[in-house]
Write a protein that binds this ligand. Structure first.
Ligand code: ZN
Length: 395
């Protein structure tokens, strides 16, 4: 049972609390809402009316109803508001407008270097976002929140990147404060892997409470959802597995200053380097993926070994977090089953049987859409929270 009276103690309106029951999109009657909450029918009716005035809840055609009776069921109206979702990558940026169910209504993507600095990149994002909203014929006041993913660690509570290695000029930059000078809505910022975990879950595993998303590309990192919640840790670094030492890597130097890091052995550029040492031309993750797709034996073996290295680190993660799904994404995941096979080989061999009995290790289903979808989820979660609904009602 949801305690909808808790809201008044927190200074929240009863309507925003009641909305928490309706935000899943399932149609409900006033009677069932009264039964679930223990509130009087008249109180429920008043709060539903309030939410209908905001447009957040709308009547749903009643299958059993005939003879012109007014519909008695209500559900979230996903088109009531929109959110902006931005995936700001190292060299590529995507921005999308979605509805409150995460359905993409418009999207724009272009080459954009994160190293241009925050004002240039965010300025572009604001302009591109406005153009998308205008193009849809939506009012800018329909915008409920903005979710942004960046390729570096973020202090989630303030939205400030912290010592991001590939984002010169962004360290401690007040991303929400800057964006809000142009678009006055809540702005949520997180690192790219965390939002990819949110996107993957929303698309492919909505009922799964314990999921790890592993991005294997130029770097290696993971986003952890445990108990249905994204786990960021104390400093927002939770899941940063790229610099965990692996057994095979004793003397391989890493750009972090240490030796033997997972990222120095199993990232796209690391696999390419290993192939070059065998006289095979490869520079980037894409080169490696292309070689694998053409059936190059050395490339396939190198990718499979990278999968084993990743599996070595994930074995420890599986013991710590006990996920039921591990989804592997990022550009190297396009190498297909060879990478996953290496991961499975080690995780299933080295984990305790109970931890892997129901563990699924798969390629990301959301693939290149994971980040922008996750940024949308970040914005929607906030916009539909009790505090978010109260803020919408006050505007
Ligand atoms: Zn390292």
């Amino acid at each position: 049972m949801v305690d909808v009276n808790r809201g008044s103690a927190l200074g929240l309106s009863g309507a925003s609390e009641l909305f928490q029951l309706l935000r899943d999109g399932e149609p409900r009657t006033r009677a069932s809402l009264a039964q679930t909450t223990g509130l009087a029918r008249s109180t429920i009716a008043a709060r539903v009316d309030e939410l209908m005035q905001l447009g957040l809840v709308s009547p749903v055609a009643d299958a059993a109803s005939t003879g012109g009776r007014p519909p008695s069921q209500f559900a979230l109206n996903p088109s009531a508001r929109i959110v902006l979702a931005a995936d700001l990558g190292a060299s590529h940026a995507t921005i999308a407008v979605t509805d409150l169910a995460g359905t993409v209504l418009a999207e724009h993507s272009e080459r954009r270097d994160i190293a241009e600095g925050p004002e240039a990149v965010l300025g572009w994002m604001v302009e591109a976002g406005r153009a998308l909203i205008d193009g849809l014929g939506r009012d800018r006041h329909d915008l409920a929140a903005i979710g942004i993913g960046v390729p570096g660690p973020v202090e989630h509570s303030t939205g400030r990147p912290v010592n991001p290695p590939i984002m010169p000029g962004w360290d401690r930059f007040d991303v929400p404060g800057w964006v809000q000078q142009h678009l006055e809505v809540p702005v949520l910022v997180d690192n790219d892997v965390n939002i990819m975990a949110l996107g993957e879950r929303a698309l492919a595993w909505p009922q799964v409470e314990h999921l790890m998303f592993v991005k294997v590309a130029t770097g290696i990192g993971s986003g952890i959802i445990s108990g249905g919640m994204l786990q960021r840790g104390a400093q927002g670094i939770a899941g940063d597995i790229g610099h965990v030492r692996v057994a095979r890597g004793s003397d391989v130097p890493c750009h972090c200053g240490n030796r033997g890091c997972l990222e120095a052995l199993a990232s796209g550029p690391a696999i390419a380097r290993a192939l070059r040492e065998q006289g095979i031309e490869a520079e980037t993750s894409n080169d490696v993926v292309e070689l694998v797709k053409h059936g190059d034996i050395e490339a396939i073996q190198a990718v499979r070994q990278a999968g084993r290295d990743i599996g070595e680190v994930l074995t420890a993660c599986v013991s710590l977090v006990n996920p039921s799904v591990v989804a592997i994404g990022g550009s190297m995941a396009r190498a297909g089953e060879h990478l996953i096979a290496g991961v499975r080989e080690v995780v299933y061999t080295r984990s305790m049987p109970l931890a892997t009995e129901h563990l699924t290790i798969v390629q990301s289903a959301a693939a290149e859409n994971a980040a922008v979808l996750g940024a949308s989820m970040l914005a929607i979660h906030h916009a539909l929270s009790p505090e978010g609904i109260d803020a919408l009602a006050a505007r």
